[in-house]
Design a binder for this molecule. Structure first.
Ligand code: AMP
Length: 276
């Protein structure tokens, strides 16, 4: 695997490349979820580029940014063993040579779920992903279903600004007990780690009871708040076609059931996609 630390180095590696490039943007602290994206990219494209960049612009919480895990040596070993071709690891100075005041506003998506609870987050994601798309020029970019609303805003970004990039969504990789893999899971205390799979369990209950969504959601919220160390931000259903939050469902249509909760100061999100 070749490693580029600057945009110039990356372009030197890619400028004469005629292969179809697959791109996996990450913030590092890699786990089996990220590696699944690399494996899928390997199977669908001819040259796989991964980026590791903890993007300050997308953190609305300074403590979350300061505590974000960094495991670069281990990440390099994992990417090498999964056949990643190029790793791009820019510094913050490299990515933001000039301070940008540009704001990308996703209107409706900014008013629901992560958009509502993490002001500025999607703007930060959109700015960094746009820059990375320009630097890497991938044919296909791979994103995890785990960040479902992020997948929606990236698709909106690509459509609205006509990026010549196809977006591929890869299903969530989970621990044996159902907890969605996340770089933030290492920050969970032993006690919080035991509680955390309850998020996925409740999503499964909701998926099985979509015909009584409101009642089931209220029961889930009641059950979840029995744990004093757990605070639910939201439970919402979105129409996968329109991206709108809904409470009524139509037969045969696809819905994303999404949850966000903080356990012992660690914010976790998860979702399942189901057909009604
Ligand atoms: P992050 O490093 O958290 O920014 O994630 C980088 C990419 O990996 C994003 O597209 C995430 O949605 C994806 N990802 C994170 N966790 C998982 C998981 N458990 N399964 C599949 N993809 C994931």
């Amino acid at each position: 695997m070749q490693i580029a630390k600057t945009v110039q180095d990356l372009r030197l590696l890619l400028d004469n490349c005629t292969k179809n490039i697959g791109f996996v943007p990450t913030m590092g602290a890699l786990h089996a979820g990220h590696l699944r994206l690399i494996d899928v990219a390997k199977s669908k494209t001819e040259l796989v580029v991964c980026s590791i960049f903890v993007n300050p612009l997308q953190f609305n919480n300074a403590d979350d940014l300061a505590k974000y895990p960094i495991t670069l040596e281990q990440d390099i070993a994992l990417l090498t063993s999964h056949g990643c071709d190029i790793l791009f690891i820019p510094t913050t100075e490299e990515m933001y040579k000039k301070k940008t005041t540009l704001e990308i506003n996703f209107s409706y998506q900014n008013s629901v779920m992560e958009g509502l609870h993490r002001p500025g987050h999607f703007n930060g994601v959109a700015v960094v992903v746009s820059k990375l798309f320009h630097y890497v020029q991938p044919k296909i970019a791979f994103f995890g279903q785990k960040d479902l609303q992020q997948c929606l805003i990236i698709s909106q970004l690509v459509d609205s600004l006509s990026f010549p990039v196809a977006i591929e969504i890869v299903p969530t990789v989970r621990e044996k007990d159902g907890l969605a893999m996340s770089s933030r899971n290492v920050r969970l205390s032993a006690e919080a780690r035991k509680i955390a799979p309850i998020l996925y369990q409740n999503l499964e209950i909701l998926a099985a009871n979509l015909q009584q969504f409101i009642t089931t959601k209220n029961e889930c919220l009641k059950q979840l708040t029995i744990n004093s160390s757990l605070e639910v931000s939201y439970i919402q259903a979105i129409d996968m076609h329109t991206g709108l939050v809904v409470e009524n469902f139509e037969k045969g249509k696809k819905y994303g059931l999404c949850i966000a909760a903080t356990i012992d100061n660690v914010r976790l999100i998860d979702n399942v996609i189901t057909v009604y």
